[in-house]
Unconditional design. Sequence first.
Length: 754
Amino acid sequence: MKKLTGVAHGHNGTIKYEIDMDGNRIDDLQVLSHAETSGIFDQVIGKLKESVIEQQSFDVDAISGATVMTKSILDSAKQVINDEHIQLDSKPKKHQDNRLKRLTTDVLVIGGGEAGLVSACRALAEGRDVILVEKNGYMGGATILNGSNVVATGSNVAARVLGKNGDSPARLAADVSRECNDTNILELTNLMATNIGAAIDFISDFAGLDYQKAQTQTPEHSVERQVELPSSSSYEFIQKVTAAFKEKGGQVLLGTRVEDMLINSAGVVRGVIAATQGATYRIKANSVVLASGGFGANQRMRGSESVGLDYYGPMTSTGDAYSFNKALNLKSHDLGWYKVYPHGVEVEPGIAKLTTYASKKATDMGAVYVNQNGQRIVNESDVYTKLRDAVLKQPGKVAYLLMDKRTWNEFYSLLVLHDFEEDEIKQFFAQKDKRPYFVKGSLREVATTVGIDPAQLQITVDEYNAAAKAGVDQKFNRGKQYLHQYEGDEYYLVEQRDRFATTLGGYSVQADNMQLVTTTGQPVANYYAAGEVVGGANGHDSAPSMMNSWGISSGYVAGKAASDNAVNHQQQVSRHFVGIVGTNAEHSYNRKLLYAMQDLFEDDAEIDIHEVRGIPMFDEGIADQLPEEIQRLQTAIEQSDGVIIATPEYDHSIPAALKSVLEWLSSSIHPLKGKKVMIVGTSLGVQGTVRAQMNLRQILDCPGVDAKVMPGNEYMLPHAADAFDDNEAIKDAGSVSFLKECFANFMTFTKEEN
């Protein structure tokens, strides 16, 4: 076994890895160290490794949403292999079928962050079939960058870990309104405040989450109400909730980007068109929940408020929803609002990493913020908004955190714990003429390096030390518990900038059920939203823990509303039919015909399409040992209002696979007896399955089958190869008109008494 090492450059720093080679075979790919966001990296590296080993090549696809990181590893590894003159025995990538793939579900959720996950889990728990699509190759969205802290007002969790704290939904709503200076939409704030308790209890039970009292209870909240998971990381939330969703029957499609909405002629949302590598999905749903996140990474959508601020969110927060929802004319508001935080280090132009945990620890230990003039600018232990606003007022919107060695050691440990790499920090110190400034030395040395007047900085430190010794900060009224004199003669100065990731404006919704509305205020049928894509609950400035709280509570409400809507839709559909694709061919025009009918008549009837492909051939000797597929088809037929069979024509008759299925359905069981049946067909020729349909009518009339075939109305679509457009709809208007006539007759036929 030969071990090869390499270094790649990810989004946040270097990635060191090892390739285990057994001759010319790749045996393993292991990452030795990295500075990437763990919640993202841990998900994608496994997928990348699987592809590399399966194909025995580093010429594989990068992971969507983590392209920079995964492509860098692949390119670097290819170079390592070439340098060693190793000729890999690569396996060709499996052929991917690019044809349209169709899925049907009760509830479809767009987005795999916490809001999308909670809504999906809520709908699943209500008994609905749920599909979640996520454009990235990993789960978590923008949530993956957050801590797990959330408020637990009114929950059993709060009662267990916080006790009687005097909290209430009204008190929480009042705190939110105060924090954002009453810029919030009060109805949405109340929805959040009244549902967060039930939402926390629900998702805790659903996914086995063990919330505990948050280590930091921020002063923006008038009572201690913040809880967090043991790891303090949102990755724990995403990981456990995703696993529970899948285990309980939910379906996740990763790397699947929504490109367009399915909207019928009445403007009703019926699903989405989504693209992934090698395939396009047409997903139909009775309800859709939009939880696609914000648009902070899309500079074309940003407003003036973001000018001069560093962005620290995921580069995939590009506001895709504002493109694929364009035809719906949805109402939006305050798209220029952002949640701006202090505690950022600009690691590249316009891009920041957060230092919140480290900076908060430093100020707890007595560190001060100074400006370019060497003067203190704020009560360093006040609420984050005061610190944020103070930094925004400084020249260049930059301030400096001044620490002694004792404080720096704690600050450094938390930087490394939260996404900074040791080598990265060393590089910051080494590049003294380049930002971000990380400097150490005597007070004069650190001041001179960043262009601060040393004499003024000395005055500031002397005044602060005197205040700390006296226990009274007359300048900014900082709490006594946060006043600590500087120790020793070695100082550390770290640049601090404000930053943003979260957009606070977004789409407008009905406040009772999270249903999206148009610019005229009309609710959009079947369409709901949750999380960052909806603006208003936290106004122009969210308090700590409140964006997570909004994601979880809004997802909880939207999931229930979408579930109820899906049930109502099923009850409102007047007819439920079973469609049978009468061939075992992988590519079939008759399959297209049935799906075209499903789309064309979706407002009149539900057509549940079943395949004969894969069903074992009928064997009279075991006629009473029904295959599972036949049992499912039997149940579906018995529960339906009628059956539609689409048959091709083979040698003037129906295909053997269809004949076999009919034999299963007429030997020991007889679900077609008395059942109303419509026959359709399409073929490459001119006559469009005329003989096959005659043959099928004879079979369906046989004793043991005894189906009631609709007389006349013989729908035969000729020239199948040219009959369908790119969306698999029938192109010829005359053919569509006749099909509508036949289907209307079938609707009437199925309502008649036998």
